[in-house]
Design a protein around this ligand. Structure first.
Ligand SMILES: NC(=O)C1=CN([C@@H]2O[C@H](COP(=O)(O)OP(=O)(O)OC[C@H]3O[C@@H](n4cnc5c(N)ncnc54)[C@H](OP(=O)(O)O)[C@@H]3O)[C@@H](O)[C@H]2O)C=CC1
Ligand SMILES: CC(C)(CO)C(=O)C(=O)O
Length: 296
């Protein structure tokens, strides 16, 4: 690391609070950049809680020079609104680690980061934001990053924290596997139910058929994934606590815009590009889009 400011985090919500808290525990507290000026962040986990002292800054013009490492944990629907933060925090020497779902993190962030290196990640852990803005961490924090040189900055920053970081030489396949999980989780929005709904035989059949469709597109885009992935994902939902939700369901229930395009629309878009029929996406995607944007 240089002698410039070390670590900043944009978007201190469910995932951002988790990463800020694990960094704070090892005295690498990031500068917190948000929309709402919370006085502090609070993470509840299995063994207790971590308070990250604030404030959460909410005015990008108060920042000085760019940072070495910037974690971005706004929803992908909020990237454009975060443009002033990204412009102030990033230059060509910055590594921007996207803590977001989807397989398009680089393409979506690169226009905003002043030539910084955008490092995608897979965020494996569920975290739930409570009405008082505290966050309930519902699994051990774990990230997968591509095994490329800029990833070392993230590995160093998270070294010795309670967040496990894995590097993968086949990041594309890992990222698509996670995307498939997120795509199937989108069915929770349409049913307005949590993971317990996957114990129904009809939902199991629908999810498996949808996942097989997603798998065809994923493979055509270069992911190396076995047929068994569809069943493994459904098994995972069936083993999960019945009240485990997903971030897109939390957004729907709060009537916020949904990440439908990066989680579900992406399958339909790439299917159309590649000449792959996506009949289940053709039903699921417009319903999610309408749930997000209306009108009505
Ligand atoms: N939650 C989860 O379990 C998981 C989420 N993900 C992915 O991680 C990403 C983040 O999701 P999640 O943490 O759930 O999202 P949240 O909605 O909990 O957090 C988003 C945060 O971004 C802040 N924000 C919004 N607009 C701006 C802005 N213009 N400038 C700065 N900050 C802003 C929000 O502020 P405010 O306080 O005002 O709301 C909030 O703190 C998403 O891509 C999601 O799909 C991936 C795996 C699991
Ligand atoms: C928790 C998980 C893995 C389930 O879809 C997720 O990625 C999310 O909630 O956005």
């Amino acid at each position: 690391m240089s002698d410039r400011p070390a670590i900043a985090l944009v978007g201190p919500g469910a995932i951002g609070t988790t990463i800020a808290a694990v960094l704070h525990e090892v005295e690498r507290t990031p500068v917190l950049c948000g929309r709402t000026a919370h006085p502090r962040l609070l993470l509840r986990h299995d063994d207790g809680e971590i308070v990250v002292p604030g404030p959460v800054l909410n005015d990008p013009s108060t920042l000085g020079e760019p940072f070495d490492l910037v974690f971005v944990a706004v929803k992908t629907t909020q990237i454009a609104d975060s443009a002033d933060w990204l412009a102030a925090l990033c230059d060509e020497n910055t590594v921007v680690c996207a803590l977001q779902n989807g397989v398009e993190q680089q393409a979506r962030l690169e226009p905003y980061v002043n030539g910084a290196t955008v490092l995608p990640s897979v965020v494996w852990f569920p975290a739930q934001r409570e009405p008082d803005a505290s966050v309930w961490l519902r699994a051990k924090p774990r990230l997968t990053l591509p095994d490329v040189p800029p990833a070392q900055r993230v590995v160093d920053a998270l070294h010795g924290t309670r967040c496990m970081v894995e590097l993968s030489g086949d990041f594309i396949s890992i990222a698509w596997r996670k995307l498939l999980l997120n795509a199937a989780a989108g069915l929770m929005v349409l049913a307005n139910r949590r993971a317990g709904m996957f114990s129904r035989a009809d939902i199991t059949e629908l999810a498996l058929a949808y996942l097989r469709e997603c798998l065809t597109v994923a493979r055509a885009k270069g992911a190396v994934l076995n047929d068994s992935v569809a069943q493994e994902i459904v098994d995972g939902f069936q083993r999960a606590p019945a009240d485990l939700g997903t971030s897109i369901l939390a957004d729907r229930q709060a009537n916020r815009p949904l990440e439908w395009d990066i989680r579900n629309g992406v399958i339909q878009r790439y299917g159309a590009e590649l000449g792959i029929a996506t009949p289940i996406s053709d039903v699921v995607v417009p319903l999610l889009a309408a749930g997000s944007e209306g009108p009505g």
